[in-house]
Design a protein around this ligand. Structure first.
Ligand code: FAD
Ligand code: DHB
Length: 391
């Protein structure tokens, strides 16, 4: 098989890249190791930055998002039993975010790709990328039990943190930067109307909690738990009791309970691989970098990477100049490190480390007080949360 761009992975990065290239008249093949149902049901991100919403619309993939997504103009910070609302449009000149789940973004992009785009092969596992330094890189893969080769002009590894693309870079060429946090998130989906109409990020001495949503009748909630926790240790009543304590306010706010339909634990990590390109192999999304989920940045960063790649390749096709492709890694990494900084700040602002001292508790409260009382500090949070514009 032969194509212009071989894309490994059909998460948000790979699917959107295929769509952007199709719109630009550039052909691609997407290889995805899992089946379609798995990709469409894997519960992960929920928040789309303004720029991501704009990109999906421009790619002709925003129709259902605009019908069913929930535009949000702010979030609530909760600490010391008090509530503080951050008003995004007022602080950022009109920017906001959209609650629309990653599962739905993937379903929309898969449907479009199968209808209008190039081949998207499920249960097609990439095994290795070969000859990235030459003019004709290849992806060796196995589809329906048979090994095959995809010959490409470019390969983009959109295969997530555990994929094979990053490992195909020559050893010793790059550098990695990493921090693993001593806590995880226990996430649940529950059939109950969200108890608040905006997201609530809560800092509590017992640990962090987050209230989010998937629809007007489905809540998504997260609890900080120790790293290595097994979701089965947490019975439903215990989860609701703990959420209730962490969200408690002095004004008597109530958390509504309902049947829990899904439970899972996510470890927390910051990770960056530099550079994000070697020869004709490019890395995009979680294959190159991971953020802890507190800032809601992972999916949005993946979108930024593939937009940057698609623009660079279009530029090369139009002008013959590889200048933007050559700048790909540096362009993406500027944005990546801003998201790493923000995600780290939000994580350490709101979580309680197992060895935290009372001094550090007081500092967290002082940082939160600062955001609640200084327009400058609050604007910094609002700008980063709604996302830095794609340049
Ligand atoms: P992935 O979604 O991991 O996709 C990679 C794909 O490659 C997968 O489908 C995988 O099956 C496939 N693959 C792997 N290996 C191979 C192979 N060898 N051959 C072929 N295919 C392969 N981000 C946000 O922006 N906002 C949020 O609110 C948010 N909340 C989150 C909450 C949780 C609980 C979690 C876990 C994550 C959250 N994220 C959030 C992060 C976000 O989900 C990820 O950053 C995003 O999925 C990255 O997309 P990706 O396409 O790069 O990688
Ligand atoms: C969701 C996930 C996040 O990581 C976050 O910061 C906000 C919302 C969510 O899954 O809805």
């Amino acid at each position: 098989m032969r194509t212009t761009v071989g894309i490994i992975g059909a998460g948000p990065a790979g699917l959107l890249l295929a769509r952007l290239l199709h719109r630009a008249g550039i052909d691609s093949v997407v290889l995805e190791s899992r089946d379609r149902a798995y990709v469409e049901q894997r519960q992960r991100a929920g928040i789309l930055e303004q720029g991501t919403v704009d990109v999906l619309r421009a790619a002709g993939a925003g129709e259902r998002m605009d019908r069913e997504g929930l535009p949000h103009d702010g979030v609530e910070l909760r600490f010391d039993r008090r509530r503080h609302r951050v008003d995004f449009p007022a602080l950022t000149g009109g920017r906001s975010v959209m609650v629309y789940a990653q599962t739905e973004v993937c379903k929309d992009l898969i449907a479009l790709q199968l209808k209008e785009g190039g081949p998207l092969l499920f249960e097609a596992e990439a095994l290795a990328v070969e000859d990235a330094e030459g003019d004709r890189p290849r992806v060796r893969f196995r589809h329906e039990g048979v090994e095959d080769v995809l010959e490409c002009d470019y390969v983009v590894g959109c295969d997530g943190f555990w994929g094979i693309a990053r490992g195909s870079l020559p050893a010793g060429l790059g550098r990695t930067f990493e921090r693993v946090y001593p806590y995880s998130w226990l996430g649940i989906l529950a059939d109950v109307a969200p108890s608040h109409d905006e997201l609530v990020y809560a800092r509590h001495d017992r640990g962090f909690a987050l209230l989010s949503m998937r629809s007007p009748s489905v809540s998504r909630l997260y609890l900080q738990v120790p790293a290595g926790t097994d979701a089965e240790e947490w019975g439903d009543e215990r989860i609701w009791d703990e959420l209730e304590r962490r969200f408690e306010t002095e004004d008597g706010w109530r958390l509504a309970r309902g049947p829990i339909t899904q439970k899972s634990v996510t470890p927390m990590r910051s990770f960056v691989h530099e550079p994000m390109r070697h020869g004709r192999l490019f890395l995009a999304g979680d294959a190159a970098h991971i953020v802890p989920p507190t800032g809601a940045k992972g999916l949005n960063l993946a979108v930024g990477d593939v937009v940057t790649f698609a623009r660079a390749l279009e530029h090369e096709r139009r002008t013959g100049s590889a200048e933007l492709l050559d700048a790909y890694s540096a362009t993406c990494l500027r944005r990546v490190w801003q998201a790493e900084r923000f995600s780290y700040d939000m994580t350490t602002l709101l979580h309680r480390a197992p060895d935290a001292t009372e001094f550090e508790d007081r500092l967290q409260l002082a940082r939160l007080e600062r955001i609640a009382s200084s327009r400058a500090a609050e604007t910094d949070l609002a700008e980063a949360y709604t996302g830095f514009p794609l340049d």
